[in-house]
Write a new protein. Structure first.
Length: 343
């Protein structure tokens, strides 16, 4: 026997690297040293920092991968992978520098996985970070045929004196919400359970929508890097930020506060996108569970001084991101306050 008879095609792996080479190299920044194919990726730190601090993050896209497989659409999953990592790193005020991916599958499907990497490269270009390297692992017998899994790793940089960690937040500050592009990449075990309950196929268009369920739920996670970095470099004095991921607003917004602070939320400040109402109705999901599972239309939040409220709203609106005053910082113990009217 040989390795190929055991289910691993080494030559296919080498050919796959050649297929993705152009996509990977299209993300390179001037600081990238060397090319694709080494044991490690080399990156020279950019100049201009007095006390540079590296900020790292890692994440995946969860069972959203199953929907991509059902629909045989893999070009947006890579964007999700990058977005989940770079948006996390961004909350510290860090500029994402480079990204690495880990891709594991039962057996290498070059066309399928090339689509994934093309999406990863697209996400990296949008975030301004280099796809510095990655690993592709064939694991026959571990994954079912046609299945694959993804993990991403991102490193960013920030001046030590400019790290955002909640310590700048003051009572009276304003929380600005930035709209999500949809469900993003959290809560998909519940999403799949609800769709299964309806008996609908991923190619079916639900009443009141113009796109199929597959298209709706595979909408890629919004990447907030470029507008946030522009805000940090401009007139806006951002005190803190939160990426609204798993756990929704109740879990993620308190993570960017200082001690003895809470947020008085204006629950009527934004219109919940129809896809969340569809999930709640079809799955008979209580409101509290919806808000504790999904972003509910708020993908990111920034905290600014009250005097900069209008400036912040205008800034993000001018860059094509719907924004709204989500709430105000008040004394407390990390709670989200305010009455939420039932749907």
């Amino acid at each position: 026997m040989d390795y190929q008879e055991a289910g691993v095609d080494v030559e296919a792996g080498r050919a796959f690297v050649d297929r993705i080479r152009d996509s990977v190299e299209s993300t390179y920044r001037p600081e990238v040293l060397g090319g694709l194919g080494g044991f490690g990726g080399c990156f020279q730190l950019p100049g201009g920092y007095r006390e540079p601090v590296l900020v790292s993050g890692t994440d995946g896209v969860g069972t959203k991968l199953k929907i991509a497989r059902h629909c045989d659409r893999h070009e947006t999953i890579g964007i999700d992978l990058v977005a989940m990592c770079v948006n996390d790193v961004l909350t510290s005020g860090a500029q994402p520098l480079f990204f690495l991916d880990y891709l594991a599958t039962s057996q290498l499907n070059p066309e399928q996985l090339e689509s994934v990497v093309v999406g990863i490269a697209r996400g990296c270009r949008e975030a301004g970070c280099a796809l510095l390297g990655g690993e592709t692992a064939e694991m026959p017998g571990f994954y079912q045929p046609g299945e694959y899994d993804l993990a991403g790793f991102c490193v960013g940089i920030v001046e030590k004196s400019e790290i955002l960690d909640g310590s700048r937040v003051r009572v009276g500050d304003i929380v600005i919400g930035l709209a999500s592009s949809g469900v993003h990449s959290n809560g998909f075990s519940l999403v799949r359970k609800i769709v299964e309950k309806t008996g609908m196929g991923w190619d079916e268009i639900p009443t009141g929508f113009t796109r199929s369920l597959g298209e709706l739920f595979l909408t890629p996670t919004r990447i907030y890097v470029q507008p946030i970095l522009a805000a940090l470099a401009g007139e806006l004095n951002i005190h803190s930020m939160a990426h609204i991921t798993g756990g929704g607003l109740p879990e993620n917004l308190p993570r960017c506060l200082g001690k003895n602070q809470s947020v008085a939320i204006n629950w009527d400040a934004w219109e919940i996108p129809p896809i969340f109402n569809w999930l709640a109705d079809r799955g008979e999901v209580p409101d509290d569970d919806m808000f504790n599972t999904f972003n509910m239309g708020v993908g990111f939040a920034v905290i600014v001084d009250r005097k900069q409220e209008n400036l912040a709203l205008e800034f993000f609106q001018s860059r094509g991101i719907e924004s709204f005053t989500l709430g105000e910082i008040v004394p407390g113990n990390g709670e989200l306050l305010g009455d939420r009217a039932p749907r």
